[in-house]
Design a protein around this ligand. Structure first.
Ligand code: 1GP
Length: 243
């Protein structure tokens, strides 16, 4: 069980390193290079998804599962990205927003298919924070991010997610964010929840990854940086696994 292993790591004060694969940025000519980089760096988890994905998520998951023995979790930006061949799914409710489809509508539509797939379902409270630019997730979800300085709102939102029974809280700056989630906000959210905390969005240097870890992230997600420079994957993994 993926959630169980995350909880075990958290209990042992260890952190989880997670790579986000956007199927649109997984070109066939680069597959071998990407797979080799993954083998070398050995991230703990792979997320597959994106705010707008035009390629088939299913075939990306197939390739990853065929070549790697790392658990693959769906991170679907829309119902079109739902497949049943992954190990699990982040069953995300966008709790910082007020778009009913992303709070409950899509969940109702997809629940029967997900249940019959047998995939592990991990209920996740997804909190979008302003990353200094309009990110694809902000535009596509038609939701307003929480302002980066409104730590109290992020804390209250995370608390509500935990009280609703969500198993993970995801503090998201948005893929390609100019500014990652502020460390003060990560620290404050961490102090107020007991479930694991995921942090991602704009973590594109070793310093930013370390700062998010030091502030209390249990799971670090990196996408863009590694799409641009595959060698960063190994460097980031070393930082996260040093805890
Ligand atoms: C996006 O948090 C992830 O959902 C990853 O963001 O692509 O900026 O690393 P980046």
């Amino acid at each position: 069980m993926i959630l169980e292993s995350v909880l075990d790591k958290k209990k042992a004060n260890k952190k989880v390193f997670c790579v986000l694969i956007d199927p649109d940025k997984f070109p066939e000519e680069n597959i071998l290079k990407i797979i080799t980089a993954m083998e070398t760096a050995a991230p703990d988890l792979i997320l597959v998804g994106g705010s707008l994905v035009t390629k088939k998520t299913e075939s990306t998951v197939d390739v990853l599962k065929k070549h790697l023995s790392i658990p693959v979790l769906l991170f679907p930006g829309s119902l079109l990205q739902l497949t049943t061949n992954a190990d699990g799914i982040l069953f995300i409710s966008l709790i910082s927003g007020r778009n009913p489809e992303l709070l409950i509508g899509n969940h109702v539509a997809s629940a029967p298919v997900i249940r019959s797939s047998g995939m592990e379902v991990i209920s996740t409270g997804y909190i979008l924070i302003d990353g200094g630019t309009t990110t694809s997730v902000e535009y596509m979800s038609q939701t307003k991010p929480i302002p980066a300085l409104k730590t109290d709102i992020a804390v209250a939102t995370a608390m509500a997610g935990e009280m609703l029974g969500q198993k993970l809280i995801y503090l998201e700056g948005g893929s390609g964010a100019l500014n990652p989630v502020p460390v003060e906000m990560i620290e404050a959210v961490k102090q107020n929840i007991s479930i694991p905390l995921i942090v991602g969005g704009g973590l594109n240097t070793k310093e930013k990854v370390k700062a998010a870890c030091d502030a209390g992230a249990d799971i670090i997600v990196v996408g863009n940086a590694f799409e641009k420079d595959l060698s960063l994957l190994k460097e980031f993994k070393e930082i996260v696994s040093a805890y």
